[in-house]
Design a protein around this ligand. Structure first.
Ligand code: ZN
Length: 288
């Protein structure tokens, strides 16, 4: 419990590249730790790594919120793109963590958690509806409408990485062809750079890198206009390592200029930066 009387919550963000943990109170990260994710080690090892990372915070927290890639349905975990993290279908994520840590656990898709974090404590504050697009190794999304996080019938709502960006595009790790994630994500840029014989990570500057980054930003801009037509959110929040990288949001704004004004959304950077998922997961665990 913090000085303000608000209980602290442990938040964990398990992605395909990094495992991050934080102690969160009052919508702010008060302590943090991180290490590399070991995707090949399997779900049992991921549980152990998470538990070890937060072990000494257990006495200070009333609950644990986990944000992770894939679909969460009734506490069970399924992969959407197994190339990001090979999640065993139906893994009992909540039960496993609760047994290991002795704390109540709330699990949320990482794109959902980031959208909720930005809506509650970041750039979406004060809006009635907010969509968050997290562009990093993969692409996550989350929709808050009328003040409520939209999970959908099967936990799939807001999976914006898997909307169609280009029917002639490459096959996505989810099995569909031409998904936004397969064209515009950081992971997709790395694949395309390697295929072209260029060095990675992709950084702005050389003509080939500018082409890849513009292609990504234009695909994102098209998807945002489709979202405006579909949902018409008051604000779209852009986050993630690539989304927040230098100049990327300006590229997307330039991409939007080629579309009719009425479909261009109000676009802002994630105010919580890389912490949106942690803070959202903590908030959802507190409310559960
Ligand atoms: Zn896909």
């Amino acid at each position: 419990v913090t000085r303000t009387g608000e209980p602290a919550v442990i938040a964990v963000d398990l992605g395909g590249t990094r495992l991050r943990a934080a102690l969160v109170a009052g919508g702010r990260v008060v302590r943090r730790r991180e290490q590399a994710t070991q995707p090949a080690h399997g779900a049992g090892a991921w549980i152990e790594a998470m538990a070890a990372l937060v072990e000494d915070w257990r006495g200070q927290a009333g609950a644990l919120g986990i944000a992770t890639t894939g679909v969460i349905r009734d506490g069970r975990w399924f992969a959407l793109n197994p190339e990001v993290l090979p999640v065993p279908a139906g893994f009992a994520l909540v039960t496993e963590l609760e047994c290991r840590l002795g704390l109540p656990v709330q699990a949320t898709n990482d794109g959902h958690a980031a959208a909720w974090g930005e809506f509650r404590h970041g750039s979406g504050q004060g809006s009635g509806s907010c969509i968050c697009l997290t562009i990093s190794t993969g692409i996550g999304g989350g929709i808050v409408m009328d003040g409520r996080l939209q999970r959908g019938g099967a936990g799939l709502a807001g999976s914006l990485g898997h909307v169609l960006a280009d029917p002639a595009g490459p096959r996505c790790g989810c099995g569909k062809v031409g998904c936004l994630e397969a064209i515009a994500s950081g992971g997709a840029l790395e694949v395309m750079a390697r295929e072209g014989g260029y060095p990675t990570p992709v950084r702005a500057g050389p003509a080939w890198a500018e082409r890849l980054l513009d292609r990504s930003a234009q695909a994102v801009a098209r998807a945002l206009c489709d979202l405006r037509a579909l949902i018409d959110p008051e604000i779209v929040v852009l986050g993630g390592g690539l989304g927040l990288s230098n100049g990327f949001i300006e590229r997307v704004r330039r991409g939007l200029e080629s579309h009719p004004r009425i479909f261009r959304p109000r676009l802002e950077k994630a105010a919580l930066g890389g912490d949106a998922g942690l803070i959202g997961a903590a908030d959802l665990a507190l409310a559960a």
